[in-house]
Design a protein around this ligand. Structure first.
Ligand code: FAD
Length: 467
């Protein structure tokens, strides 16, 4: 049949994985076609994920700090909240970034085709564009179709008071009482935003703790702080039904300490994300997709079909933007004939809550479960002059070392800016740094970064200098 575009490398999906792969392949001299069903490129992360949530979380942080500032001797009045301007500010940031991406694509002569793409053979994709179905023939393809919100079956989604993360980021209104279903990173970040804007927040989590993947000691300071501020946190609890009523959403609970039912003005469902691998006609190309929609790849991001690669959320956990971008580079480089592999030893996770919770590498929970020996250095921020200056004392920096080689195995940090601080620990792990390297590296004083220095000194038994 007729082919509308010929691509040396076709990239399906323009999220952080897809645009990174497209740009890298173009920089390596490939003729690239990037297919995206949305009108703007950037994927979940830029449009309805990482970036808008962080813009709103900054607003929340300023509101919270102002409210607690009286003890520093300065009192601010009650905040006057203008949701229209908050939304416009957030959308402005997204616009700058997606506009920048479009510019970068143009400079590299990456052809963007807008429309839903599906494989029609091992070397063609058909795209449903506004001008009808177009065909792209490719030599190699990179699948970067990401993930979507996982939907609980009993939820009345057509009720506008029921929100997923995308709806919640639109902050149409601040409800009086908000129920957040799911105590993972996304649910807790949105809870932080709505609480700061004035909502009474309740959180329901099925597991026996918030942020189930992280060690309890680095989640506890967050748990303690929000327990004191939110209406309720129900652990080991599930919502079994949501009944729309005129005066609110009646939610039924099953679990530990929750009431049988309660009425909320809005409900946010944040129970995870599902990969998009099932809706791309993968079978026409011979690409294997598992029953959940994930696509298996090797360390070069190749699927079972050697000239087709997959990257990002669609290849599995952790579903994080920085994993997608690194995988995107590898896939593009391999497609261009380079011997690249994805061999990261640690991928950091961050909850941008207040306080932030960040971890990477081996957790203490995993070490115990797997019988891995470790030596621990843990430094409480109550002894950090910088943290106390910020009016905060609940943080903790914990680093796990191999007891024989003293090399870094993992780290967990909780406190303001933990997400920035964890990067040093990742670098230390990747560089095979030993406790002594972190202990002997001169860190600026007084900073929160010193807490890594001190944690290493505590593991080494050489700590002398505090505050
Ligand atoms: P996506 O970003 O999901 O992009 C896939 C793209 O493919 C989409 O644009 C989609 O429209 C397109 N597409 C899908 N199917 C087709 C098709 N058939 N044809 C054409 N186009 C198609 N991660 C972090 O690391 N840090 C954070 O702070 C963070 N915060 C988040 C907050 C929220 C509220 C959410 C929801 C997610 C957050 N994430 C965060 C996760 C992050 O957004 C994802 O890990 C990341 O976007 C995955 O990138 P990707 O390239 O795999 O795919």
């Amino acid at each position: 049949g007729i082919v509308d575009w010929e691509a040396e490398v076709l990239v399906l999906g323009s999220g952080p994985g897809g645009y990174t792969a497209a740009f890298r392949a173009a920089d390596l001299g490939k003729r690239v076609v990037l297919v995206e069903r949305h009108a703007v490129i950037g994927g979940v992360c830029l449009n309805v994920g990482c970036i808008p949530s962080k813009a709103l979380l900054h607003t929340a942080q300023v509101i919270n700090e102002a409210a607690e500032f009286a003890e520093h001797g300065v009192r601010f009045g009650a905040p006057e909240i203008d949701l229209g301007t908050i939304r416009a500010y957030k959308d402005g940031i997204i616009g700058k970034l997606t506009g920048g991406l479009a510019q970068l694509a143009k400079q590299r002569k990456v052809q963007i085709v807008h429309g839903e793409g599906r494989f029609s053979s091992p070397n063609t994709v058909s795209v449903e564009t506004a001008e009808g179905v177009k065909r792209v023939r490719f030599e190699q393809a990179i699948i970067a179709v990401g993930s979507r919100v996982a939907k609980l079956p009993f939820v009345p989604w057509d009720d506008p008071r029921v929100m997923d993360s995308t709806d919640a980021l639109e902050i149409e209104e601040v409800p009086d009482r908000l129920l957040v279903i799911g105590g993972g990173i996304i649910g807790l970040e949105m809870a932080t935003v709505y609480h700061a804007l004035g909502a009474k927040v309740s959180v329901v989590e099925l597991a026996d703790g918030l942020i189930p993947g992280a060690d309890r000691d680095i989640v506890r300071p967050l748990e303690r702080r929000i327990k004191a501020r939110y209406e309720s946190i129900f652990l080991k609890t599930q919502v079994t039904a949501i009944e729309p009523r005129e005066d609110g959403l009646l939610c039924r609970f099953e679990g530990d300490k929750a009431p049988a039912e309660d009425l909320f003005d809005r409900v946010l469902v944040a129970v995870g994300r599902s990969p998009n691998g099932k809706s791309i006609g993968a079978e026409a190309a011979g690409v294997s997709v598992d029953e959940r929609g994930f696509i298996a790849v090797d360390s070069q991001q190749r699927t079972n079909v050697p000239h087709i690669y997959a990257i990002g959320d669609v290849v599995g956990q952790p579903m994080l933007a920085h994993k997608a971008t690194h995988e995107g580079k590898v896939a593009a480089e391999v497609a261009a004939g380079q011997p690249s592999h994805f061999d990261a030893r640690a991928i950091p996770s961050v909850a941008y809550t207040d306080p932030e919770v960040a971890w990477m590498g081996l957790t203490e929970t995993e070490a115990k479960a797997q019988g891995i020996a470790y030596q621990k250095g843990a430094f409480p921020w109550a002894a950090s002059g910088r943290s106390l200056s910020l009016g905060r004392d609940e943080g903790l920096t914990k680093i796990l070392f191999d007891p024989e080689t003293h090399r870094v195995l993992g780290a967990g940090i909780v406190g303001p800016n933990a997400g920035e601080l964890i990067a040093e620990a990742v670098l230390a792990l990747e560089m095979d740094a030993e406790a002594g390297d972190l202990a002997l590296t001169v860190h600026p004083h007084p900073t929160l970064s010193e807490t890594l220095n001190f944690a290493a000194e505590m593991a080494e038994g050489t700590i002398t200098d505090l505050y």
